[in-house]
Write a protein that binds this ligand. Structure first.
Ligand code: SF4
Length: 321
């Protein structure tokens, strides 16, 4: 099987006043061309750091990639030059951030901004680039009459549509969306997600959807990776992961979703706190919160194991030795 993206043993640290933060620790992740992956975990689990590592945007210092490989289309991005990374970013891999204004320039009209991205990665004239810009705006549901407007003239949801148009303008092989709808209100969220789903189908772009919302993942993604304390603890197709989760943390995540049909049902929060990333627990990082913890969980780190075909987990309950 030919993978679009294959992350092997990625580790990323940050040096902070409080100590060394192990933001990502021995992370494994695979994605096939055109596939959509939900990347789920609590705040601080290392989802965004992973995305920034793929984009070559970890600034050193304070960040440092200390180990691993990020193989994209057969090449290790961690060995690519800054010049090569510049052509990958926005070209073959595009990213959408939570706050659309992070990606928009307030003093340039939206058609010019899309055209700039097209010109940066393609051999076309300015005129052709502007034509593509208007087409892309129409694809995301913005009428051509509004192409010459500035970002502040658009609502939050419309701004995020512009960002999506910029991201897709170069027809990337991989789109990374980091909580793209969190800043929007609920009805607009649903519209933007619906749009992303349509576009994913239309452009056959592989998608990594970073979120803490299992509902969003259920709606959009084929595969799911559950992240805890800097590593992926479980990875599988959506159905087996939702119906038969294997890792105690994943089981806890599903139990913590309130039952919308039952007012009496209270949120069953996973007991204990998210670990301090400057001082991760020894052994399995989940052991202080795990109801199944055994003696070895305190000292040994569980291996990444294919417990069932295509269903991977890092937990001694599912490791054969
Ligand atoms: Fe729990 Fe041990 Fe599995 Fe970690 S390895 S999740 S502590 S049972």
């Amino acid at each position: 099987d030919k993978m679009l993206l294959d992350i092997q043993g990625l580790s990323v640290r940050y040096t902070t006043e409080d100590g060394i933060v192990r933001a990502v620790e021995d992370l494994q992740l695979k994605l096939a061309p055109g596939e959509s992956l939900g990347f789920v975990g609590e705040t601080g689990a290392g989802k965004t750091t992973t995305a920034l590592s793929i984009m070559g945007l970890i600034s050193e210092p304070p960040g440092k990639i200390t180990d691993g490989k990020i193989i994209f289309q057969g090449k290790d991005l961690l060995k690519a030059s800054e010049e090569e990374m510049r052509s990958v970013r926005g070209g073959k891999i595009a990213m959408i951030f939570q706050d659309p204004m992070t990606s928009l320039n307030p003093v340039i009209t939206v058609d010019e901004q899309i055209a700039e991205m097209v010109l940066l990665h393609n051999d076309v004239s300015k005129k052709e680039a502007l034509k593509i810009a208007v087409e892309m705006l129409e694809v995301v549901g913005i009428r051509s009459e509004r192409a010459h407007e500035y970002p502040h003239q658009f609502s939050g949801g419309m701004k995020q549509r512009v960002v999506i148009a910029i991201a897709l303008a170069c027809n990337p092989a991989l789109l990374i969306a980091d909580e793209p709808t969190t800043a929007l209100d609920v009805t607009i969220q649903a519209q933007v997600l619906e749009l992303m789903k349509d576009l994913k189908r239309k452009f056959n772009t592989a998608l990594i959807m970073i979120t803490h919302d299992l509902g969003v993942v259920a709606d959009i993604c084929e595969k799911v990776a559950i992240m805890y304390a800097g590593s992926v603890v479980e990875y599988a197709e959506k159905r087996p992961l939702y119906t038969e989760p294997l890792h105690p943390y994943t089981v806890g995540l599903f139990n913590s979703i309130p039952d919308v049909d039952d007012d009496e049902e209270f949120l069953k929060v996973i007991p204990g706190l998210t670990p301090d990333p400057t001082n991760l627990p020894s052994g399995c990082p989940f052991h202080p919160r795990c109801t199944h913890a055994m003696e070895r969980c305190r000292t040994e780190r569980p291996r990444w194991t294919e417990a069932r075909p295509g269903h991977f987990v890092a937990c001694f309950l599912h490791q054969k030795d």
